[in-house]
Design a protein around this ligand. Sequence first.
Ligand code: ATP
Ligand code: MG
Length: 444
Amino acid sequence: MAINIKRPNGTEDVLPKDVYKWHTVEKITRDTAESFGFSELRFPTFENTDLFLRSVGETTDVVQKEMYTVKAKETEFTLRPEGTAGAIRAMLQNGLLNEALPQKIFYIISCFRHERPQAGRLREFHQFGLEMAGSPAPTADAEVICLAKNILDRLGLKNIELHINSIGCPTCRAKYHEALKAFFEPHKDELCDTCKERLVKNPMRLLDCKSPEDREIAKDAPVILDYLCEECSEHFAKLKKYLDNAGIAYTVDPKIVRGLDYYTKTVFEFITTEIGAQGTVCGGGRYDGLIEQLGGQHTPALGFGMGIERLLLVMDKQNCDYLSPKKCDIYFASMGDAALEKAMELTRGLREYGYCAEYDLMGRGIKAQMKYANKIGAVYTVVLGDNELADGKAKLKEMESGKETEILLNDKFTSNFENEYFNKVLDVMDAEGSPMFAFTGEDK
Ligand code: ATP
Ligand code: MG
């Protein structure tokens, strides 16, 4: 019987030939976050379902439609649909919020949502995310947005628009909810079933509905900015000023409410029009009530998540530069057992110095070995046979140019393996500190 098991819908394999793109995003996000004083936090892929019910919110799409909930023995768990809930749970459980504030953490994680798969919308996707806990000040909002912008710039992305909004605090939200209810009430029967329920439980969620009919109705709905209390208004004004000072362009977009319930005050998205409908590459905001809601002390906090697959879609589209993929620096082709053992010894030494060195693992003939070296893109090759072993010399071939140089193969010699690719000296020593690999400097 043929085995024909495919990967689940909405998941992706990242092949070795493409993984350097992921490494680029992971390195740049990590380095940028660290340059802003953020440290990495790692936490479980699954959590107790209640954590998401209590944080993400029971009336959100994520909780109502998209969670992967599994029952293992008698306990129920949910694969994380986003990072904030788990990160805050971990910070609380490990007492990080009792340490110096603000606490600043970042993570690179997989997330799971049962959505309709399409370009830029997967069921398992990856996020770079971060959280800053402890500061109520608008400087924190500006800092986090600057960090996101910095990452997008360092990745080389262009034309990504920043949209910001303030969705206020519970004080301003109460008045706004009344206004929304009054606005939608006459259209109640035309709304989708989910929104009928939202109208009663959480009217602001109506603005996040994806149904075109509901969107049409919501077009003229009252906007939250007209209902902000003085404190929230001032907070938003300061954030805008700090962004202006930093030279970061933004659009105030009162339609952004974000898909998760925990947000307060600032919400923001970085959006591109270049990868189709799923154009939000980064979304985040402030969630001043969440930590208390999860059992901690009142601690204002904020954060964002960036979809790595979406970033890569835009980077490919815009022909951004990636870090070079790792290649085989040197391949030893060998004839006969003695030469093979020499090749093994030389690769050991080179690897200790951080080089990627390889030799034949297939018992192939010399021609086939050279073909293989070519296929894997080896920068240099050395052919070792009886003559080379007897003379203690071999030819180092630079594959691209075909140029050959003589090298000494004596495990007691200093190596000065210099070349224009690596632009550095390679000193390979054996276990006693004696050099293993020598460069005669004679061009052939
Ligand atoms: P959207 O409106 O696109 O569904 P969201 O508001 O549900 O996004 P967030 O929960 O804020 O998204 O997640 C942060 C980021 O993670 C998004 O801006 C996006 O880049 C990415 N993202 C969210 N859901 C998916 C998904 N299903 N597949 C790929 N990336 C995703
Ligand atoms: Mg979504």
